[in-house]
Design a protein. Structure first.
Length: 287
């Protein structure tokens, strides 16, 4: 019996309808991204890809689709995520960097531009290193430091910095605890801390709840624990007139600015992400 010839466009539409049947969000996009990455082509090329899939490719794609059907995120299946200009390796202990976070890098770069070089930037809770590595790559005159509580996240971040040709000094710390060597020397502190209200964690989508590490999500009872800690603990690290740039969850901006104000910081601005949601706040430390 002759083997069945399997074409990319047919295999994608079969996979998308399987994912649709399993109520996986954005089934067509998942099916297309997984196949285009497997074949190393662009998504738009799929309808015109005329080479039949090999048996090995068909089997590998079927396994990917089964994982997606079980609600594993596309990036975890591929083992990598894209962020600004970067390709970042993921580990189980790293959050998948979100497109929402890309605009925070722009806010930091604007702040950095106004300062004499070398400008020391610290990324607290770096995960894959997405923010820190982007800053180091896009503003090479910065002296970029990054820390995380998770040793395996730091391993992944270090590998990501090297793979993307960026120089970042990584530190293991519990927020500011363990960063004494940076005392009084940070011009711009940036953080995307865990900010999900603990009670709502169980109701998150399976892609987040079952696959992102809880340590990257859990912001305590009201989601604001890490902001309190950052305002309290980061002060000794900062230079006079340092800026602090923080990602915030939906509806948290005012509370975070109020907490910063109460801790002696001057609230400066709120910033929107590409979806027009307020995603980041900036404050200044006058020392
Ligand atoms: C929301 S994730 C952000 C990751 C990355 N910066 C990004 O934007 O994709 C928060 C990060 O904070 C780290 N983290 C949690 N608690 C911490 C602590 N006490 N000290 C340092 N890092 C912490 C987590 O391991 C995680 O990598």
């Amino acid at each position: 019996m002759r083997a069945r010839i399997v074409h990319a466009r047919d295999v994608v539409s079969e996979a998308a309808s399987r994912l649709r049947g399993a109520e996986v969000p954005e089934p067509q996009a998942s099916a297309e991204v997984l196949l285009s990455e497997l074949l190393d082509i662009r998504r738009g090329e799929i309808p015109f890809y005329s080479e039949p899939l090999t048996q090995e490719q068909s089997d590998e794609y079927a396994a990917m689709i089964s994982r997606r059907e079980a609600r594993e995120p596309v990036q975890r299946i591929l083992g990598r995520a894209y962020f600004r200009n970067l390709t970042l390796r993921l580990a189980p202990q790293t959050l998948i960097p979100r497109p929402d976070t890309e605009s925070i890098v722009d806010v930091v770069l604007e702040r950095v531009e106004k300062r004499p070089k070398p400008c020391r930037v610290l990324d607290l809770g770096t995960g894959t290193g997405a923010i820190a590595i982007s800053i180091a790559q896009e503003s090479p005159a910065c002296d970029v430091h990054a820390s995380d509580i998770s040793a395996s996240a730091l391993d992944a971040a270090e590998q990501n910095a090297e793979a993307n040709g960026a120089t970042v000094a990584f530190h293991r710390s519990d927020l500011a605890v363990g960063l004494d060597e940076l005392a009084g020397g940070v011009h711009v502190l940036v953080s995307n801390p865990p900010y999900i209200e603990r009670e709502t964690l169980a109701g998150l989508s399976p892609e987040v709840r079952d696959w992102d590490p809880p340590v990257a999500l859990d912001g305590g009872a009201d989601g604001l624990d890490f902001y309190r800690r950052i305002f309290d603990e980061a002060r000794p690290l900062l230079k006079p007139n340092a800026d602090i740039v923080l990602e915030v969850g939906d509806g948290q901006a005012e509370d975070v600015l109020r907490l910063g104000g109460a801790a002696g910081f001057t609230p400066l601005e709120t910033h929107r992400d590409l979806a027009e949601s307020v995603r980041c706040v900036t404050l200044r430390w006058h020392g």
